[in-house]
Design a protein around this ligand. Sequence first.
Ligand SMILES: Nc1nc2c(ncn2[C@@H]2O[C@H](COP(=O)(O)OP(=O)(O)OP(=O)(O)O)[C@@H](O)[C@H]2O)c(=O)[nH]1
Length: 554
Amino acid sequence: MEAAATLTLSSSPAAAARRSLARETISALHFCRLPVRSPRLRAAQSPASRALSSGWRRPRRGSGSGLVVRAETFGQLTTGLDSAWNKLRGVDVLSKESIAEPMRDIRRALLEADVSLPVVRRFVSSVSEKALGSDVIRGIRPEQQLVKIVHDELVQLMGGEVSDLVFARTGPTVILLAGLQGVGKTTVCAKLAFYLKKLGKSCMLVAADVYRPAAIDQLTVLGEQVGVPVYSEGTAAKPAEITKNAVEEAKRNNIDAIVVDTAGRLQIDKAMMVELKEVKKAVNPTEILLVVDAMTGQEAAALVTTFNIEIGISGAILTKLDGDSRGGAALSVKEVSGKPIKFVGRGERMEDLELFYPDRMAQRVLGMGDVLSFVEKAQEVVRQEDTMELQKKILSAKFDFNDFLKQTQNVAKMGSMSRVIGMIPGMNKITPAQIREAEKKLAFVESMINAMTAEEREKPELLAESRERRIRVAEESEKTEQEVGQLVAQLFQMRAQMQKLMGMMQGQEAIAGMGDLVDSLNADEKAPPGTARRRRRRSEPPRQRELEAVGGAQ
Ligand SMILES: Nc1nc2c(ncn2[C@@H]2O[C@H](COP(=O)(O)OP(=O)(O)OP(=O)(O)O)[C@@H](O)[C@H]2O)c(=O)[nH]1
């Protein structure tokens, strides 16, 4: 059963975002000519995929759609775990003997990911215990059983539930940020303000790093960028005093939350701790969050422990997860320090701070990707009205080059091409070279579209009908007439495919998710020579036939 990969058609924003995401990825991939593979094929290959998409796993609330994707991070850890499942192939039951080698692989994979030794020991012992105590379940292979156990243990290891921000019942919520130099504290201040604004809360940033005038300037610039006020008293006042005054200012202006940026030091020193304690005493913050760099691995977990013992913190923010290929910090912080990771930073842009979901992270570690986070991103960048407008255009076969440009821009807003592609079902085998190739192809296509007049973009028929126009676009974009012709033909093919997909979406209450979208896209590409063309001739308007004459359908 592929229940986990089912998208339900509804009018909710999430469903609209999913549909729009499907269209965007499909159009971008179509133009890039990237090999799209069905997630169902993958599911047939990987025990991890099978275990989590077999229906045996009941997706919990907020735990994601369960679509199978290989994310770009934690490659080595994921591969290490994969080798553990592979050792169980051909084994009938989980026994002390049969799990010995897989458990060694799991242990090695975690240690190589820089998870601290005591955590690894506890984890391996707990997984072994559960594996040996688990019943034989008909239809579930031992390797799938082990994946499920490891998944659940990973979720527990990282705290189980998402740990959201706590807000003050009365008065402004005070969020105090601490951390060593360069971990991304100042950037996190602005990202948090951006996050709070999205929640509909008014926010103010407080410059309490009095040792580096440049830090105050940086915060001021970031505050302007996010559109929130920055409270500063320069470098002469003491951080505790500044913060206390900032709270008063926030009260006067009915501001919901303030985020306090404190000084970072190269290592933990006494003065830093004393200063933080003074701020804590002065304003009794609602949240004290330690910002740590994911790339420092288990050291990050040790830092959280030390700060918690010294100051008493409420949680951690893990930055630079996008640059961390090991995953040790994410896996160790909660278990080592007892404090949850509340947010993760996954890039330098303001929108790259996300709540930390242990179950989504566990899926990433297991190579399952994180479609839900991706859908949320899509929701943020794709306006609901645009989605409806686009839907109308697709249904009436009016999808044009302007829509195409808008969609590629939307995909770009979600992050780098590699990140976007890493989260698309079935795209896990795409190499960096192919991604670079795809980026080049998009730039290639965009240059032709940019050379079109507004009218041509809106009515591609004009280009189909006029050789002169195609030659002009070719000359202006420094491409050949044949390339322009192919692009126009592709747009008409896309119109037909999108109409077909939208028809599927509208005609059924629930459709198989990306799998079916991708399959249906591939169906035309993989059809034996001649058959796809014949099908089109029967079902598509005469315009399509004209276009095939323009520059070749493929
Ligand atoms: N890739 C990536 N870069 C990040 C992330 N968070 C912060 N950065 C970058 O890290 C660098 C340091 O960030 P800052 O915010 O200045 O660090 P800080 O902790 O305030 O530094 P001090 O003020 O010196 O203590 C900047 O270039 C940020 O853009 C992240 O999640 N991912």
